[in-house]
Design a protein around this ligand. Structure first.
Ligand SMILES: Nc1ncnc2c1ncn2[C@@H]1O[C@H](COP(=O)(O)OP(=O)(O)O)[C@@H](O)[C@H]1O
Ligand SMILES: [Mg+2]
Length: 359
């Protein structure tokens, strides 16, 4: 849901910033080190409760300050403006306020502000291990299935307990009782993910075609264990192996989205530039699907990325985003690098030494 205003206090090199935003495109223009990424990082913090660059709160609070604040106002799908805010202190404590109510959970921030980050290192989604792709799948499931968050949390807790029990268990009967609930959760989570991916593929395929017309990209969901075996049977069958290794080897915590071109993993076929375009297409697809399914709009944070695309592709990306009606933040060193992205609804901001001013 779009932000109409953002206030950032003591966040990296930003002492104080208070800007009215466009619900369409917001361009942040400034030199290296001026604070463009920090603005995107602050918005990301508001939607995730953490930074995309640093796990340590101490790193993002301005040197010498005790705490940071990021506040904003967002528009609900029925066009009501509500406040949202996060405050973090050096001891790691966090306070979240939404719609004037204190003590809200981080997951509620994510509900209000579905974010997609597109940045130059983003192709790790395709080249690294399955963890990032699971996060990609689960972003979509989280936003479209409201029972997912609790079920996944419960699954992770039970799985951890099971791994602890495996260290001492001598007979599968010691685990079978626990495995019943674990199996119900695993099958449910798998079903949600499979349904989501099936829907997403239908949206993503034509977008991938637009971005990479020379390739036929195929996506296939892998649930984390073999497709013909019920999870509870699998746990029983694998008991001895799991005991030897000291943890549960297969399951929804091993799920993946396998992305290939002509049967070969994309990272072995596509150039770095093409991988970046594919990531872009996948992120745009998720946003389009979210809006179609829930009426919620996603906020896109595009850091230093537009400048890496040629003019035609930059324009295509902007057109796709305009079509979804999403709010977009684009950082760039020069105005000319984003000039192909201007639509009807945009604002430009100049960033210099941590000061952000509307141009
Ligand atoms: N905790 C902090 N306190 C103060 N300044 C910081 C802190 N962390 C980073 N910085 C500085 O803030 C600036 C952040 O720049 P950044 O947002 O990455 O710029 P850009 O994206 O425009 O290149 C850098 O100059 C960096 O040295
Ligand atoms: Mg930057």
């Amino acid at each position: 849901m779009p932000l109409t205003r953002i206030v950032i206090l003591d966040f990296r090199n930003i002492k104080a910033c208070d800007i009215e935003l466009s619900t369409g495109f917001n361009f942040l223009i400034g030199e290296n080190g001026s604070g463009k990424t920090s603005v995107l990082e602050a918005i990301y913090l508001l939607g995730h409760g953490r930074s995309f660059k640093s796990a340590l709160t101490g790193r993002i609070i301005t040197h010498g300050m005790a705490e940071l604040f990021v506040h904003g106002r967002f528009l609900t799908p029925d066009q009501i403006e509500l406040p949202i805010g996060i405050n973090k202190r050096r001891d790691g404590s966090t306070e979240v306020k939404i719609g004037g109510q204190q003590g809200q959970k981080l997951a509620q921030l994510a509900q209000v502000l579905p974010l997609q980050l597109i940045h130059p290192e983003g192709f790790e989604l395709l080249t690294d291990g399955p963890k990032a792709r699971r996060a990609y799948i689960d972003w979509g499931v989280f936003h479209t299935e409201n029972r997912f968050f609790d079920a996944w949390g419960r699954f992770k807790r039970l799985n951890k307990q099971r791994n602890a029990l495996l260290k001492t268990a001598r007979d599968y009967r010691e685990l079978s009782y626990w495995d019943q609930e674990l199996a119900i959760l695993a099958e449910q989570i798998d079903q949600w993910r499979a349904d989501y991916i099936a829907q997403l593929i239908a949206v993503a395929e034509p977008i991938c075609q637009q971005f990479l017309p020379e390739f036929d990209v195929q996506m296939r969901y892998y649930r984390g264990w073999d497709k013909d075996t019920p999870y509870q049977d699998l746990l029983a069958n694998n008991f001895e192996r799991d005991v030897v290794l000291g943890y549960t080897v297969s399951g929804p915590n091993k799920a993946d989205l396998r992305i290939k071109v002509a049967g070969t993993p994309v990272e072995d076929v596509l150039s770095r530039g093409q991988l970046k375009l594919l990531v872009c297409a996948l992120r745009v697809a998720q946003g389009q699907h979210l809006t179609a399914q829930t009426g919620k709009q996603c906020v896109y944070l595009i850091d230093d990325f537009a400048s890496e695309l040629d003019s035609q592709r930059r324009k295509r990306l902007a057109d796709c985003l305009i079509e979804t009606g999403a709010q977009v933040f684009v950082s760039s060193i020069t105005e000319s690098q984003v000039a192909d992205m201007y639509g009807d609804n945009y604002k430009m901001f100049h960033v210099e030494h941590g000061t952000i001013e509307s141009m």
